[in-house]
Design a protein around this ligand. Sequence first.
Ligand code: KIV
Length: 304
Amino acid sequence: MSSGDCKKVTISTLRQMKGDGDRITMVTCYDASFARLCDRGGADVLLVGDSLGMVVQGESTTLPVTIEDIIYHTRAVRRGVTRSHVVADMPFMSYQGGLQGALQNAGRLLKEGGAESVKLEGGEEICEAVDKMVRAGIPVMGHVGLTPQSVHAMGGFKIQGKEPDSARAILRDAKALQDAGAYAVVLEGMPVELARVITAQLSIPTIGIGAGPDCNGQVLVIYDLLGMNPDFAPKFVKKYAELGTMIPAAVAAFKQEVVSGEFPGEAHSFHAKGPLFRPTEVVPRRPVLDDEEDSATGLYGVPV
Ligand code: KIV
């Protein structure tokens, strides 16, 4: 399937893409304007990631993000989408506290947010919840390897599965998710060699981030690929634009034209059809000086 094809992307499309050897493109997305642009750019999947806690809310981890936050952003993203599949992240503690709560929260992301599937971090320990969701008609994407919601348990944002035992545990987790009914799985922060084996052994698509070129697709945080933060350049990110320098430069240019009076010019201004005021009404306002009395009558020399 080419990105120029306007047919809505579903989980069947993604499965088919793996079968056909077509690579899947996924980006994170948090609002309608970006959704429209990413959809137009041909992204197959838009992930309303809990990374929004870091890049939108300014937190240092994804842990503070709530289910309400994800619902709010998913609704916005859905309004901008025509073709891309929309998957919503289940935030920290929205699925770990019991099967019923997990199912209800996943359902809210579809019912209230308009998501078309949900994504959960974890392996064998979440498979019962995944199974329940899938049986309820909620498509689930898994996420193994470096799982940011476990940042404290991992001792930081560290590459996982570098040793044979931990690599085998991640492979087991990925297989368990497939067996529980997940339609795809994100492989984050792991050696190329491990991602390659997982991708070969699973029948469902793998989507990598910091997991090398052999996955069935790739995902990046949209703010990272656009280079929004000039101070953030981890090895797994490639910047396809430099908005982190372009945006301040554009704001500075705007400021310079505001200060000089160059903006707005004639091209950006509107005119009345004819005279709006009598000449005597057009008395210029002047600013109040510090030593002037702040009274309603002393402020402006104008008209009524
Ligand atoms: O929240 C997120 O952005 C993610 C991606 C990095 C896969 O989970």
